[in-house]
Structures are given as structure tokens and as C-alpha cells.
Ligand binder design. Sequence first.
Ligand SMILES: Nc1ncnc2c1ncn2[C@@H]1O[C@H](COP(=O)(O)OP(=O)(O)OP(=O)(O)O)[C@@H](O)[C@H]1O
Ligand SMILES: [Mg+2]
Length: 256
Amino acid sequence: MNAIEASDVRVTLGGQPIVRGVDLTVPTGQVLALLGANGSGKSTLVRALLGVVPLAGGTVRLLGEPLGRAVPWRRVGYVPQRMAAGGGVPATALEVVVSGLLHGRRLRPPRDSHARAAAALEALGVADLRDRRVQEMSGGQQQRVLIARALVREPALLVLDEPTSGIDLPTQESFVRVLSSLRDAGTTVVVILHEIGSFAPLIDRAVVLRHGRVVHDGPPPPARGEHGDAGHDHTHPHADPGPPTDGPDLTLEVTR
Ligand SMILES: Nc1ncnc2c1ncn2[C@@H]1O[C@H](COP(=O)(O)OP(=O)(O)OP(=O)(O)O)[C@@H](O)[C@H]1O
Ligand SMILES: [Mg+2]
């Protein structure tokens, strides 16, 4: 099955065509990086795929269902590019993550929600922030709480819009390890990135947008400092650094 099937997707914002006919099929279990310059339409495309902005044309199916009520939204995790700043009801990190377990008509989080939320915060290395208000956190801390909120759902499809912008390198690397364990469990991941960077070992496929159109769809560009020797079986002595020894333990329990 395909996690995403999008055909000729078009989005118009403020009278301007922003996404101009994108075809995108993402097979279950694939990790896809969506790349492109500022303003190329990456965020708008994923928002259209998730039904956050209306389509001006085209069709989208998520997890086998046409966009709308039939989509099992409980199994879809989304981390938007920026947290809605200020305003709103003050909420602690734990409360924000627990809210990731609410969906549709479920008004009360499941019984084990606090334990699951705490585990997700722990996985992102922010367990110590659980009772702090997110409004008082730094941008990078807020971002980690939002990622925990998406992960606590144990999604089948996870969509992340520049999840690591504003996050320091050690945390990025631990986040990549969290994503690896999700991928091993069969989660489909679409991640918008500016640079493949620490995500390189995870990415199966890269799609590059330019002016709202796909201009590249295929293997990810080689990470900086690597040579294009993918055609033969040469392995570098440093290719497999083995299990990480520094940073928090980010093994996420993924049970589906
Ligand atoms: N609500 C809106 N009304 C009008 N234009 C919009 C709206 N939202 C986005 N745009 C325009 O659509 C274009 C694409 O924006 P989008 O946020 O999708 O780009 P992006 O590729 O995600 O960029 P970035 O890398 O900076 O996040 C931009 O030119 C932007 O100004
Ligand atoms: Mg964007």
C-alpha cells in the first residue's frame, strides 16, 4: 500500500499559484526528504497533502483513503514548521504531548497517556521540561516538545516540517536515532529539510521543489564531503559508527 498518493496537486494562495501540479506517491515505509529553496512551496505542499489548506486541483489519498473523514487521522503525526507563537492557554510540555493523543471524538486521553507522553519527552531528551510551560521555552525546546507530541501517537505516517531548525547538533543526532527506530518499525516519514545533513543515513528518496513544481525525484544528493561512489561496494572504515554512546537513550517503544 502507499501511504500517500497525490496526483496533480494544485494550491492557490492569495490569488497566486503556489503548488503547480505535483504528483507524489510515497510507498509505506519510505523516508522521503522534501527539499527546495525558501518559498518553493514545501510547507504549502505538505499542508495540502494533510488537508490543512484546500486543494485548487488534484487528488490526495492518505493511508489508502481519500482526503477527508475517512482518513485514519489518529495514525497521522504532523509537526508544523513553527509553533503558533504566544496566545492560547498556558500549557505544560506534558499537556501539549498528551494533546497529541486526542483526536476526533475522543475527548479524554487514554488511561496511559501520561506515561506515554513522559516517555516521548524522554525520547527527545526533554524529560526535565515536562512541567514547564511551553510558552516559556526556547524555540528549540518547543520544537522538541512538538516532535514528542507527534511521536506519542505512534503514527503510521509522520510528516515533519523542518523539525531540526533551531535544534543543536547533538539533539539533531538523537532525533535522527528516534526516526531510525520509527523507520525500522515501518513508519512512513516525509520530512522537509533545508540540508540533508545528519539525516543522510535515513533518507531513501529526495524530492526537490522549485516554484511549486517537482524538479528532482530520486536518490538524495550526496552529503557534503562524500564522493559519488554509490555504484560499487566500497565501504569506508567509518561507514558504520556503531551504536551511539553519548546523549540520551532514544529507543522509542513502538507498538502497533
Ligand atoms: N497564506 C498565504 N497567502 C499568500 N501566500 C502565501 C501564503 N502562505 C504561503 N504563501 C506563499 O507561498 C510561497 C510558498 O510558501 P511555503 O511556505 O510553502 O514555502 P517553503 O518552501 O515552505 O519555504 P521555507 O523554506 O521558507 O519554509 C511563498 O512565496 C509564500 O509567500
Ligand atoms: Mg516551509
